[in-house]
Design a protein around this ligand. Structure first.
Ligand SMILES: Nc1ncnc2c1ncn2[C@@H]1O[C@H](COP(=O)(O)OP(=O)(O)OP(=O)(O)O)[C@@H](O)[C@H]1O
Ligand SMILES: [Mg+2]
Length: 206
């Protein structure tokens, strides 16, 4: 009964991506769907190793282009070896972050250029884009207050996170039929209901 669909959660630090990914996976599984829940950076052994490099505070000052390439490399492996095979098996794939995180963080906030960074990941993934991306939008001050023990990216200043936030909003505004932007400061249970309704329509459930 499952139709293969690729669903992504995006948003800044502490926006509620992991919470809503897990809630949606539970909801879909309870309705009989095969669901693969994954995350970025990571999702394969090689990509998880790259994640450790990217998030390690010891790598403060990592070159911006090197950072963008590492994210894209991890994504390429993830798309080829986990996401595409699951979609080919007819499963619903839920990813906690994907391509737009690179566009918002490296392209916009680091200033490498949204288009160039998007192209890099499109090349890395062979053009694999989500059917639906849910952007959880929160004021970075609220998101960061929810997160304990900041990692390398979470340690960036508030203005930098504000650019990330605007980056996500601009990406979503450019393709509104493939994005759902939700106010991440709302109660998690309310958000989960709204997301379940939107995804039920997407997967063809009544
Ligand atoms: N809507 C919400 N309202 C209040 N608190 C929330 C909400 N959603 C999640 N939280 C809480 O905020 C914290 C961060 O949530 P979560 O880990 O889901 O965010 P995230 O976007 O995955 O963060 P990160 O960027 O660190 O991975 C958790 O403690 C979670 O329980
Ligand atoms: Mg998370």
């Amino acid at each position: 009964m499952t139709a293969a669909r690729f669903i992504v959660f995006e948003g800044g630090e502490g926006a509620g991506k992991s919470t809503q990914s897990a809630a949606l996976a539970d909801y879909l599984r309870a309705r009989g769907h095969e669901v693969l829940c994954t995350r970025e950076p990571g999702g394969t052994p090689a990509a998880e190793s790259i994640r450790a490099v990217l998030l390690d505070p010891a790598n403060a000052g990592l070159d911006d282009r090197a950072e963008a390439l590492l994210f894209a490399a991890a994504r390429g492996d993830h798309a080829a070896r986990v996401i595409r095979p699951a979609l080919e098996r007819g499963e619903i794939v839920i990813s906690d972050r994907y391509l737009d995180s690179s566009v918002a963080y490296q392209g916009v906030a680091r200033g490498l250029g949204a288009e160039r960074v998007a192209e890099l990941s499109l090349w890395a993934t062979g053009g694999l884009v989500p059917d639906l991306t849910i952007v959880l939008d929160v004021d970075p001050a609220l998101g960061l207050a929810r997160v304990v023990g900041p990692d390398r990216l979470e340690s960036e200043p508030l203005e930098w996170h504000a650019r990330v936030r605007q980056g996500f909003l601009d990406i979503a505004a450019a393709a509104p039929d493939r994005y759902l932007v939700l106010d991440g400061s709302r109660p998690a249970e309310d958000l989960a209901v709204e997301i379940a309704v939107a995804v039920s329509a997407l997967v063809g459930d009544a």
